[in-house]
Design a protein around this ligand. Structure first.
Ligand code: GDL
Length: 723
């Protein structure tokens, strides 16, 4: 294999490097593609694979020939690629509805590719990704398997086109996770390896396949696996992933490539989805190309990145891929900074990112408005109106220029599918800590000073995001800004909510804390219908952020009956003794809710639930719509104003064996809705200050906030929520 970027010596194939426009959604414009070729040339990348999924004539209407106007555009594009020394590979995806055994279909395919050949294109590709694997009856009669059908047509087309130097085939099983039962035993891949003509390269996405099946109905072929119960690692947001067969994996190992190469009988060309974002409208990836050791290069036919749908934010994705390819071309071993955790002798993602950002900053700072002078104060000799304010008038608004640190923060916030950048990671960690220790903000404890200090630092981090947003939105290059706009607005608003939340936890009630009130503006409950649906699903909310073991236990929640009294008491006592193990052996004042759990007061009708697993009862949730009788029972003086805001009382307990928080959350949810239906305006609970488990539980629910109740015994705190 020839070195990446360079020309191949005679008899060897060159390493294919560059970009595949292979995502779902709005294809790039011809101007953007031409700009891409310029960049590729500048950065030493050599290939562009034209495969926009939602371009009608690439996939859905693959049989249709191009009109004269479309032909003109493609001819211009192909010659632009040639001018910039970029190989233009035209891909077609006939797999949605082709009948492989019908000669007319094969003729249609040849006719279409012949047309593109007339436009000057010399390199081609047939893609069979994301299609149903069930063959029609006619094909079943003609071919012994789906792989045989695809290979027969591909070989025929390849021969018809005169065996082009570059011809790529994308299999339906294009990553390890799709192979049945696995890569080395996949009969599909073995057939491809044995029957596909040796001059044809095979595309492979690596160990990774993305969860687009969860978001795009057109992806739902039988081969997509749905993982319903899964663990999520601490900072692996929103993905469902599990330690077993990977649906989304983020590394491509040398071993995995050796394995697939031996089955395919050729070195694969990687179609890399690491920066693709077509499966989630809230994400965009601007972190460096990463987790592909440069040791892979001699074992591959090439690497094409299928990046973000938005053209301009792909600067880092493509620039760092180019650095990766060059690193090995140079055989350079010296550009790894000490302390680099990846230890790849040829490539440091951090350094590659720095190089990319330094270049990108120049682009942000240069105007993309042809002929426009963006210097407000300079007079305009084209005769336009340039305004110089008078002495007592408003000075002209000026914006601070964007900095490298802003770009670093931006790419930290929108990093990679499996990893946030360092600052984003710290922000999440700090928010998590502040939330978990919010009890320390509510009253003076040993941790209070630390809480306030960390809250201040968190606030500063949030402010930096706002400042970055302001400078970015005033940057002269509007095209990059417009591609990023929705994302940076989204993060600014999300961070703003977190900032307000922490202020509320700290007891502030200023204008920014107001955002968290009970009647928020539309941006206080973002996400639309999709957001609402997500919040209803058990896999969202806290589950994304915190590690939980896979849920294999089946829980049931049912209404409490008086027969359950003893069991509830048993759980109550058991949990009390768990607490006593740690606490000083001092007699503790009772909690209001103790008399409920101890059976001294009966819960209100429809306001009592028990939780059961296969061993037996493992939790309860009880409420009083009117909490006053409980206060009387334990002779606690509680001011009437508390009962005005929070007339109802709730208590919940689950045994430690219930490690999944969702059953408890569900019980609380049901209880709150029953209490609400009784006409109550608010609910509170009492907790022992040292009962971290329950403090944590109520805090993570999000709706319960620490509530000051005068006269509470020292070791008891109250949390309340309005209904
Ligand atoms: C895919 C699709 C690709 C899509 C990407 C990310 C391949 C071969 N096909 O599986 O079109 O952009 O996922 O959603 O990767």
């Amino acid at each position: 294999m020839a070195a990446p970027g360079g020309r191949a010596p005679a008899g060897t194939k060159r390493f294919i490097s560059g970009v595949v426009e292979g995502f779902y959604g709005r294809p790039w414009t011809m101007e953007q593609r031409t700009e891409l070729f310029e960049r590729e040339q500048k950065w030493g990348l050599n290939t562009y694979l034209y495969a926009p999924k939602d371009d009608y004539k690439h996939r859905m209407y693959w049989r249709d020939l191009y009109t004269a106007e479309e032909a003109g555009q493609l001819i211009a594009l192909i010659s632009a690629a040639e001018r910039h020394d970029v190989e233009f590979v035209y891909a077609i995806s006939p797999g949605l509805d082709i009948t492989f055994s019908n000669p007319k279909e094969v003729a249609a395919l040849k006719r279409k590719l012949d047309q593109v050949r007339q436009f000057g294109c010399r390199s081609f590709s047939l893609l069979f990704d994301d299609i149903a694997t069930e063959m029609c009856a006619a094909d079943k009669r003609a071919f012994s398997s789906f792989a045989h059908a695809q290979v027969a047509v591909t070989n025929a087309v390849y021969r018809h086109l005169g065996e082009p130097e570059t011809f790529l085939f994308c299999p339906t099983d294009y990553c390890a996770a799709f192979c049945t039962p696995n890569v080395s035993q996949s009969s599909y891949l073995h057939t491809v390896g044995e029957k596909l003509l040796p001059g044809i390269d095979v595309l492979w996405t690596g160990e990774a396949a993305l969860t687009q099946d969860l978001t795009q109905p057109q992806h739902r072929s039988q081969r997509f696996r749905f993982i319903t119960q899964a663990t999520s690692s601490f900072f692996c947001l929103s993905y469902l992933c599990c330690p077993g067969p990977k649906v989304v994996s983020h590394k491509i190992s040398v071993e995995s490539i050796e394995e697939v190469s031996s089955v395919l009988k050729r070195a694969p060309v990687i179609w890399d989805n690491i920066h693709a974002n077509d499966y989630d409208p809230q994400r965009i990836f601007m972190g460096p190309f990463k987790d592909r050791p440069t040791e892979l290069i001699p074992k591959l036919g090439g690497v094409l990145t299928n990046p973000n749908c938005e053209f301009y934010p792909n600067f880092v994705a493509i620039h760092t891929l180019a650095t990766w390819c060059k690193a090995s071309a140079d055989g350079s071993k010296s550009n790894v900074e000490r302390g680099d955790e990846e230890q790849d002798p040829g490539y440091s993602p951090q350094r590659a990112l720095s190089l990319a950002l330094t270049d990108w900053l120049q682009e942000f700072l240069s105007t993309d408005q042809p002929g426009a002078s963006l210097q407000k104060e300079r007079s305009d000799d084209t005769g336009g109106s340039s305004y110089v304010p008078g002495l007592e008038e408003n000075p002209l608004y000026t914006a601070e220029p964007l900095t490298l640190d802003d770009l670093r923060l931006l790419t930290d916030l929108f990093h990679l599918p499996y990893e946030h950048g360092p600052t984003a990671g710290t922000m999440l960690q700090e928010l998590d800590w502040l939330k978990r220790h919010s009890w320390a903000a509510a009253a003076e404890t040993d941790t209070t000073a630390e809480w306030r200090c960390r809250a201040q630092q968190f606030d500063a981090m949030c402010e930096a995001v706002v400042q970055m947003f302001n400078r970015l939105s005033n940057a002269p290059n509007r095209s990059i800004l417009y591609d990023l706009y929705d994302y940076i607005c989204d993060i600014k608003s999300g961070v703003g909510l977190a900032q307000a939340y922490v202020k509320t936890l700290g007891g502030e009630s200023g204008p920014s804390a107001q955002r968290m009130n009970d009647d928020p503006e539309p941006w206080g409950f973002r996400g639309g219908l999709s957001g609402e649906i997500q919040r209803m699903l058990p896999c969202h909310g806290n589950r994304d952020l915190f590690r939980h073991p896979p849920m294999t236990v089946v829980y049931s929640i049912r209404q409490y009956s008086t027969k359950d009294k003893l069991e509830v008491l048993r759980i109550f006592r058991e949990m009390q003794s768990v607490g006593e193990g740690k606490a000083p052996p001092m007699p503790q004042p009772p909690l209001l809710c103790d008399c409920l759990a101890a059976g001294e007061i009966s819960p209100s009708p429809q306001c009592a639930l028990v939780l059961e697993d296969d061993i037996g009862m493992c939790g309860y949730a009880l409420a009083l719509t009117d909490a006053k009788p409980a206060a009387t029972k334990i002779q606690r003086a509680v001011s009437a104003s508390v009962f005005k805001d929070f007339p109802s009382l709730v208590t919940i307990q689950v045994l430690p064996r219930v490690t999944d928080p969702s059953p408890a959350k569900r019980m609380i949810g049901q209880l709150l809705s029953s209490i609400r239906s009784s006409g109550s305006r608010g609910v509170f609970c009492e907790l022992r200050r040292d009962d971290r488990r329950m403090c944590d539980f109520y805090t993570k629910l999000g709706s319960f906030k620490p509530t000051q109740i005068a006269g509470l015994p020292k070791d008891i705190i109250a949390m309340g929520t309005s209904l």
